[in-house]
Structures are given as C-alpha cells and as structure tokens.
Design a protein around this ligand. Structure first.
Ligand SMILES: [Zn+2]
Length: 223
C-alpha cells in the first residue's frame, strides 16, 4: 500500500490512538497516514491539554501562548465534534525509546507533509512555524525559519515536535488577505509565509492587524 516500498510499516500504539481521538479529525487523518509512510517510527505525545496544565507550562516557560492549539476548542465548521485539540506533538521512537535528535524530526515532518498534501489538509509545523506546503521539504522549511528569525534578531525556537491545523476561529481570513494582496499585484513569496504568523496573534478580531498588514504590503511592494 505504501508509496515508498522501502519504508517500514509502523503502526500507532494504543495510547497514541487514544490521544488522537481527542484531536481534530483532519489532524488525526494526517497522523494516521504519516505513520504508514514514515521511515522513522513515532508516538503521539500530546493532543488535548487541560487549561491547568497550560497555565503550568506558561509558568515554567515551556509554552509562550495563552491560546495554545492544544487547548480544547469547538471547530466552527464541525461544532458536533465538541471541544477538541487542533495540535499534536509527535515524538520520534528509535530503538524502543523516545529520541530527540533533529534528523528524525525532519523525516517525520516530511511524512506529515506528504500525508497532508495527499489529503489536502493544511498543517503547520513548529520546525518552521508555517504551513509545510509552502516548502519543498522539512529541511528547507527549517532553514527558511532559522534565516527568518536571525534576520529579525530573534532566536529560533528549537522544536520539531508540534503540528497543528488551521486556527479554528480564523478560517477564511488567510485566504481573504492573500486575495486582497494578490489583486494589488504583490508577490506572495515570502510575504505569504508571514501571514499565518501575523494572523495567529490577532485573535478573533483580525481587522486592525489586517489593515496594518496591507499598509505594510503597500509600503514595500515586492520586487
Ligand atoms: Zn505542541
């Protein structure tokens, strides 16, 4: 069945499956496909997170956001699913134990990328804090992220575990903004990659940020 005949056929363990049940079905579908095509085994470390745990992680500096996609949220387009996570953390499983070497996370992220593209589902990865579809491979995505952060004087985050689907409350905004910019003949390369990151900070009222984003785009049209 696998497109890659050399890939070992891994399967998700019982606990991984249980955790996936608390996650948006788009994301679980991508993970279930990825485990069949990955060359590095992985386990689902976390999906749904309680608010109590999120507060503790914030205190300990392990999370930087009040609005983690691991917190339960009702998806707008499928409210019948109830409060579910929109993010998943995958840990590489090598020689029977967790492994934190980056080389494995590139392979897992490439399997997630392929799975997401096959299923037509947009996913972001913490190795680039962006949609994987924009890049040729996970390595390229990570290189682009590191260069971007350095250019802005920021220290890149060292995290290759985390994947998430589109923001549950912002569906449609990314498309709207891209179209607006496109009609004004601005190149989407590079600029398009920044959009999701801007959107993530805007919450449920994206209009002020939206305006300033367009303003900045107008001030500096791409060559
Ligand atoms: Zn995560």
């Amino acid at each position: 069945m696998s497109e890659n005949p050399t890939a070992p056929a891994f399967v998700l363990g019982r606990r991984s499956k249980q955790r996936l049940a608390d996650c948006h079905r788009d994301m679980s579908a991508v993970v279930e496909r990825a485990i069949r095509i990955t060359c590095v085994d992985f386990a689902v470390l976390e999906t749904l997170r309680t608010e109590k745990k999120q507060r503790r992680m914030l205190r300990e500096g392990k999370s930087k956001t009040q609005n983690s996609r691991h917190l339960g949220k009702v998806p707008k387009n499928t409210p019948e699913l109830g409060e579910i996570a929109h993010a998943v953390d995958l840990v590489a499983w090598v020689d029977g134990k967790p492994n934190w070497e980056w080389e494995h996370y590139f392979i897992i992220a490439n399997a997630m990328k392929q799975a997401a593209e096959e299923l037509g589902i947009g996913i972001k990865w913490s190795g680039c804090w962006d949609y994987l579809i924009v890049y040729g491979s996970a390595e390229q995505a990570n290189d682009a992220y590191i260069s971007r952060e350095k250019a802005e004087g920021e220290k890149p985050k060292d995290n290759g575990l985390h994947f998430r689907t589109k923001e549950p409350n912002l569906t449609g905004w990314a498309i709207t903004i891209k179209l607006k910019i496109d009609t004004q003949n601005f190149t989407l390369r590079g600029r398009g990659r920044k959009l999701p990151r801007c959107l993530a900070t805007l919450g449920s009222n994206p209009l002020p940020g939206f305006s300033s984003l367009l303003y900045r785009a107008q001030k500096s049209p791409a060559a």
